[in-house]
Write a protein that binds this ligand. Structure first.
Ligand SMILES: [Zn+2]
Length: 448
């Protein structure tokens, strides 16, 4: 039997307790007598959260292993405190069959650093024309429950309706990348407004997102099925979701750390590291997103971690790939912009970054209470630790990190996945970059 004792952690930021973990399960909570053969983690002053769950990552394998692999993405996930990540289907080949989904599942299990859950495509080849093998993917070993054409919008209302009807019997959900292609085409790369006009960049108006979400919540109401809105970026979308929830529509939504913190004006230097889809929005939208996450209108934080090789990202702004890294910095950003100003407490963070995404994605064994009988997926956070982000120290294979050089307060120190330590800043579990990060980090107050 393997035993792990976590000593003195503040559970969800409240009272301190010890946790005994035996063979991957929490077997005692309170004052634990340390068994002789147990590994001990000192968590004095740290906050214990259930392992974080990310509904939206791009791991690039198969097809673009030069940008990320399931192994490097899993390492980045573990370093960010994640014990489960949902890997989007826009790989090459696309995850649109049972075999493709099982392959992603198996590669993730072989790494063993985090649970890698395949997302299935809604339509074959993400082409928007014909439904993919939704039922076969759901019945496969991968038990796919989340379906998305992310990167593309399911813009045909008839396809969206049929997909919602199809997934309803097995409790699936469609995660929609809401972007009306007629209102915001592939070239659209900057929030449509004063800044896009000044910079001469193709505009991406909020209405292109809001109009699709409005249609989709009506389709969800009509079919009685579940829709999830990926990366909500505007105040108008928040209003639509708030209304739909008040009507009892089965809609859930996520927001990314970057949309909670970064604004359109960062684009003035034409640095492609800030090019993302949907684009960074003005501060009025950012404020509305923070409020919506705080009041529960938006259910979850999801990173949309989107690694890109240098040759795809280091271009003139209009030609560069969309997307930014997010796994390793998500908790620190949420801590900095939501917890520090008092918009969320740590129990809320456990909800928006663990239990809610686990529930939306249908993972019964993740996002559980830190209580006897729960699987030992957990994350230890130092709420006072200040970290200056160093892109070079990332476990990701890519370097498109918009947080580079920024100092954020609150950091993941340790991740435990299925009772095993998959990341620990303090003793370097994980990989060699960890020590470098320690050297580069500015540490305040914490007893490390
Ligand atoms: Zn997307």
């Amino acid at each position: 039997m393997t035993r792990l004792v976590i000593r003195g952690a503040r559970l969800l930021g409240a009272q301190a307790a010890d946790l005994l973990v035996e063979d991957g399960v929490i077997t005692e909570v309170g004052s634990v007598r340390v068994p002789r053969d147990a590994e001990v983690l000192d968590a004095d002053g740290l906050v214990a959260l259930p392992g974080l769950v990310d509904l939206h990552v791009h791991l690039r394998e198969p097809g673009r292993e030069d940008a990320e692999t399931i192994a490097t993405g899993s390492a980045a996930a573990a370093a960010g405190g994640f014990t489960a990540v949902f890997a989007m289907a826009n790989t090459s080949p696309v995850t649109d069959t049972a075999e493709a989904a099982e392959r992603v599942l198996d590669l993730g299990r072989a790494c063993g650093l985090t649970e890698v859950v395949p997302v299935g495509a809604v339509t074959k080849g993400l082409e928007g024309a014909e439904l993919a093998e939704l039922g076969l993917m759901a019945r496969s070993r991968a038990k796919v429950r989340v379906f998305s054409d992310d990167g593309h919008c399911v813009h045909d209302a008839r396809i969206m309706r049929r997909a919602l009807e199809y997934i309803k019997p097995f409790g699936g959900v469609i995660s929609q990348h809401a972007q009306d292609p007629r209102l915001a085409g592939r070239e659209a790369c900057c929030h449509e407004g004063e800044v896009s006009g000044r910079l001469g960049l193709p505009g991406w108006p909020g209405i292109a997102e809001e109009s699709v979400v409005a249609r989709d919540v009506m389709l969800a109401r009509h079919t009685g099925s579940r829709v999830h809105v990926a990366h909500v970026s505007t105040a108008g979308t928040v209003e639509v979701i708030r209304w739909a929830k008040a009507q009892g529509v089965a809609v859930t939504a996520e927001v990314t750390p970057h949309h909670l913190a970064l604004t359109t004006d960062l684009l003035v230097g034409y640095d492609p590291v800030y090019k993302v889809n949907p684009p960074l929005r003005p501060s009025e939208d950012v404020e509305a997103l923070r409020e919506a996450l705080a009041d529960g209108t938006i259910d979850a934080v999801a990173t949309d971690h989107a690694p890109h090789a240098r040759q795809d990202k280091e271009h003139a702004f209009v030609d560069a790939a969309f997307g930014m890294l997010g796994l390793e910095t998500a908790l620190s950003v949420v801590s900095d912009v939501m917890v520090r100003p008092g918009l969320l407490d740590w129990a809320d963070v456990a909800r928006v970054m663990s239990s809610a995404p686990a529930r939306i994605g249908g993972l019964a064994h993740q996002g559980r209470e830190l209580a006897v009988g729960s699987p030992a997926h957990l994350t230890l956070v130092d709420p006072d630790r200040e970290v200056t982000v160093d892109a070079a120290a990332s476990r990701s294979r890519s370097r498109n990190n918009p947080w580079h050089g920024r100092t954020l307060r609150g950091a993941v120190l340790t991740t435990v996945h299925a009772g095993r330590v998959t990341h620990d800043v303090r003793n370097g579990a994980g990989d060699h970059d960890t020590e470098r990060e320690l050297t580069n980090a500015t540490t305040t107050g914490a007893d490390l």
